[in-house]
Design a protein around this ligand. Structure first.
Ligand code: PHE
Length: 438
C-alpha cells in the first residue's frame, strides 16, 4: 500500500478545487445558458441553487473525501456500507463520460488559440461559420483532442503536489487577473451596455418558471462547481483535518461564480459591438467559438493578441478542470487495483480517448453527451445529499466539528443537507429530465 499524498497547503487545495470548478463551463456554458432567454432570471436562479442547495453538498463531498481518505470509488462504501457501491460507479462513469467530450472542446480551444497567433481569425459572419466548421471537423479535432488528453495525463501522472497543485497555484490567480483586465476593457466597447442589458441582466420574470431556464440553472450550477461527480471527494482525500471546509467551499463557489460573471461581461459587449447577436442564440458553441473570435478579429492585430490571451486562458482553465476529471478514475484505480499512478493515468487516458471519438466526429453526439452527463451530475448530487443528510449525518457533523467549524454554520449545513437539498435537487432533476425529453 502506498502512503497517501497530501496537499502542501490549505490554499493549494482551495486553488486546485477552484481550478477544477473554473473551466470551459464558465467561459462557454455560462454565456450561452444566460443567452438562452433566461438573462437575469437565470442568473438569480443559478446563484440561489449554488448557495442554497449546492454549498451543503459541496461540503458533503469534501467531508466524504476527508473522513474516509479514500478515492471516490471506495469512499461511499467505506462511509456507509456496500449498498452505496453504485455511487462510486456513477462517479467513475460520469467523470470518464464528461472528460471524453470535454477534451474535444479543449481541442477546439487550442486550435482557436493557434489561429489567433499564426493563421488569423474570421472577420465576418460568412468566414465565421467556415471557421467553426474547420476547427470542429476533420483531423485537426483529433490532434487537439489527443494533445489535450496527453497534457492532462502528464499533469496527473506527476501527482497531487508535483502536478496538480503546482499548476493550479499560479494558473488560477493569473486567470482571474487577466479576465478582470479583459472585462474592464470590454466596458469601453460601444455596445457594452446593450450587451449587458440584452443578455446577462435582461429581466423577464416569467423566465423564473420556464423549464429550460430552471434546467439551465441546475446544470450550470452542478457542472460549473464540478459537483456530484466525486472530484471534491478525491481532492479532499488528500487533506488534513485542519481545513475549515465550509469556508473553503464558499471560497470556491464565489470564485467560480465570479469568473462566470466576468466571462459574461467580456462576451456580451463584444457580441453587441460587432453585431453578432444572432450567432449566440443559434448554437450552443456560438458565443465562444464563433462570436468571440470574430469580434476580436475586428480589432485588427491587437484583437488577435487579445484573442490569443483569451483562448490561451480558456485552455489553461480547461486543463485545471480536465486534470480533476481524470483524477477520479485514476485515484480509484490506484486504491482499488493497487496500480501505480502512471499506469492508472495512461490506461484511463486511452480509454477516455476511445470514448471521445464519437464526440470528435459528430457535434450532435457531443451535444447529447453534454446533456445526458449534466443530468448524471445532478443525480450524483442528489445521492450525496441523501447519503450525508440521512445515512451518515453524524459523520458529516463530527468531521466539521473536528476542524472547529463554527457551530451555527454546522447546524445550518446539517439542516440544509437533510431537509432542503434533497427535495430541491429532486425537483431540479425532474424538471431537467422533462425538459430534455420534450
Ligand atoms: N467545472 C468545470 C467547468 O466549468 C467542468 C467540470 C465539470 C469539471 C464536472 C469537472 C467535473 O468547466
Amino acid at each position: 500500500m502506498q502512503t497517501r499524498e497530501k496537499w502542501r497547503s490549505g490554499l493549494g487545495f482551495v486553488l486546485a478545487a477552484a481550478g477544477s470548478a473554473v473551466g470551459l463551463g464558465n467561459l462557454w456554458g455560462f454565456a450561452y445558458r444566460s443567452s438562452q432567454g433566461g438573462g437575469l432570471a437565470f442568473l438569480l436562479l443559478y446563484i440561489l441553487v449554488v448557495l442554497v442547495v449546492c454549498l451543503p453538498v459541496l461540503v458533503g463531498e469534501m467531508v466524504l473525501g476527508r473522513s474516509t481518505a479514500s478515492s471516490p470509488f471506495l469512499a461511499p462504501v467505506q462511509a456507509a456500507g456496500e449498498s452505496w457501491k453504485p455511487l462510486g460507479w456513477l462517479f467513475a462513469i460520469s467523470s470518464c463520460g464528461i472528460l471524453s467530450f470535454y477534451a474535444v472542446i479543449m481541442g477546439w480551444t487550442a486550435d482557436t488559440f493557434f489561429h489567433s497567433l499564426f493563421i488569423g481569425l474570421p472577420v465576418d459572419m460568412v468566414e465565421a461559420s467556415d471557421f467553426f466548421g474547420r476547427i470542429s471537423s476533420g483531423n485537426s479535432v483529433f490532434v487537439g483532442q489527443i494533445i489535450s488528453l496527453v497534457l492532462t495525463g502528464s499533469v496527473v501522472a506527476a501527482g497531487v503536489r508535483g502536478g496538480i497543485e503546482r499548476l493550479t497555484r499560479w494558473a488560477m490567480p493569473l486567470l482571474f487577473v487577466l479576465l478582470l483586465i479583459l472585462a474592464i476593457w470590454a466596458t469601453t466597447l460601444s455596445g457594452s451596455w446593450e450587451g449587458y442589458t440584452s443578455f446577462l441582466f435582461k429581466w423577464d420574470p416569467s423566465q423564473l418558471l420556464d423549464k429550460t431556464t430552471i434546467r439551465n440553472a441546475f446544470t450550470q450550477a452542478f457542472f460549473s462547481l464540478s459537483l456530484g461527480i466525486g472530484i471534491m471527494v478525491a481532492y479532499s482525500s488528500y487533506l488534513d483535518k485542519n481545513n475549515k471546509l465550509p469556508k473553503e467551499a464558499l471560497g470556491v463557489a464565489s470564485f467560480d461564480t465570479g469568473v462566470g460573471l466576468l466571462a459574461g461581461m467580456i462576451t456580451f459587449p463584444i457580441v453587441m459591438s460587432f453585431g453578432l447577436k444572432d450567432v449566440i442564440s443559434e448554437s450552443t458553441v456560438g458565443a465562444l467559438f464563433i462570436a468571440l473570435p470574430t469580434g476580436f478579429a475586428n480589432l485588427g492585430l491587437i484583437g488577435r493578441l487579445l484573442a490569443a490571451v483569451f483562448f490561451g486562458l480558456a485552455f489553461l482553465a480547461a486543463i485545471t478542470s480536465s486534470i480533476s476529471l481524470l483524477e477520479v478514475p485514476v485515484s480509484s484505480m490506484i486504491d482499488r487495483l493497487g496500480w501505480t499512478r502512471r499506469k492508472a493515468v495512461w490506461i484511463s487516458t486511452f480509454f477516455v480517448f476511445l470514448l471521445g471519438v464519437p464526440s470528435a466526429i459528430s457535434l450532435n453526439f457531443l451535444g447529447n453527451m453534454d446533456a445526458v452527463f449534466n443530468v448524471f451530475l445532478i443525480l450524483g448530487g442528489f445521492l450525496i445529499s441523501i447519503l450525508m443528510g440521512w445515512f451518515i449525518p453524524s459523520k458529516y457533523d463530527q468531521d466539521l466539528a473536528s476542524s472547529n467549524s463554527d457551530q451555527g454554520v454546522r447546524r445550518y449545513l446539517k439542516f440544509m443537507i437533510r431537509w432542503v437539498s434533497p427535495p430541491v435537487i429532486a425537483f431540479g432533476l425532474i424538471v431537467s429530465v422533462i425538459d430534455l425529453v420534450q
